[in-house]
Design a protein around this ligand. Sequence first.
Ligand code: RM4
Ligand code: MN
Ligand code: MN
Length: 380
Amino acid sequence: MNVLDRFTIELPSWGFANTGTRFGKFIQDAAATTTEEKFADAGQVHAFTGCCPTVAMHVKWDFPFDKAVAAKYGVAVGSINPNLFEDQIYKHGSLGNPDPAVRAQALRHLLDSEEIGRQTGSRDLSLWFADGSNFPGTANIRQRKLWFEEGLKAMHARLDPNQRMLLEYKPFEPAFYHTDIADWGMSLLLAKAAGPQAKVLVDTGHHYQAQNIEQIVAWLLAENMLGGFHFNDRRYADDDLTLGSIDPYQIFRIFHEINLFEWETGARADIAYMVDQTHNLKPKIEEMIQTAMFAQELFAKASLVDLKKLAHFQANADLIDAEECLKSAFSTDVRPMIREWRKSKGLAENPLEAFRESGYLAKVARERAEKNRQSVSSYA
Ligand code: RM4
Ligand code: MN
Ligand code: MN
């Protein structure tokens, strides 16, 4: 079996709409303006790359939605993302809010999201909480931890056996003093408190600069607590840059830890690979194609590591040989092999070029331009 046959990566619906920085939006004529258009665009990415069969959805931005519409475009609904950060009531938090009425409303939204997941046939609910505080002394950190445990347990109690909840962490932003779920340890403890179907979600952009992300991945694998990834790249903070654009070796090292785990244990790591990027400046569909292509490359490279040899070098503390073993896989040009794989699937050898030749972008730009230009782009 070709290693690429077992690699798929989920696209974010929000990556196809006009988004921006907090200073404003630069509007693209071709951006998707409805959930159906997001699926149409995601369908293009999958049609040309063959590795993006599902689309993650944000409950507040994308519903109501009929899953049959997704099927029209050759993709399916993937993970469901509740939204507990935009409504006015969440000014002081959601599950961690000192007001019991707001906590109850946040829980209701989580349970509604669960119901949506049931209806769309989605397995994963991806939870990211913006909860936190901006000034020392303004929030009771331990009390809020208890409220989170309470809320997440209540949500877990309602999961179907096939559903999972994935708990994302992020060190800061929008809160700048303390964030309730700030790192993988906090996610891990809360997931354990919630129940066995709760796992940790690693967003590669949600770490401090020097953190060793692949070590976090290795530890979560060892604990059977790794549920999935939000892939993106970053130079400074949660930049949401294109996967691998700044540090491709980072993603390679993550894939390597997963391969090593599978090889050693003979178990299949049950991990959801997802993209979490919003392209403010690059054309969105093209950047998603670029992302999917590069993810495949890094996955294929990681699969070339000679794990048996590596284990031998590690056992003998052959440092140079062990390191070279990893690096030579990383340096291998896997593009010819991926082109062969594409040919065998009836896909174009160069998805980006083929998409450009299709004329889709110009067509949707014409159709959507007027609607997009009406959208609000200012910061204040
Ligand atoms: C957050 C986080 C979440 C995503 C939102 C839009 O920073 O990464 O996963 O849903 O952004
Ligand atoms: Mn994320
Ligand atoms: Mn993020």
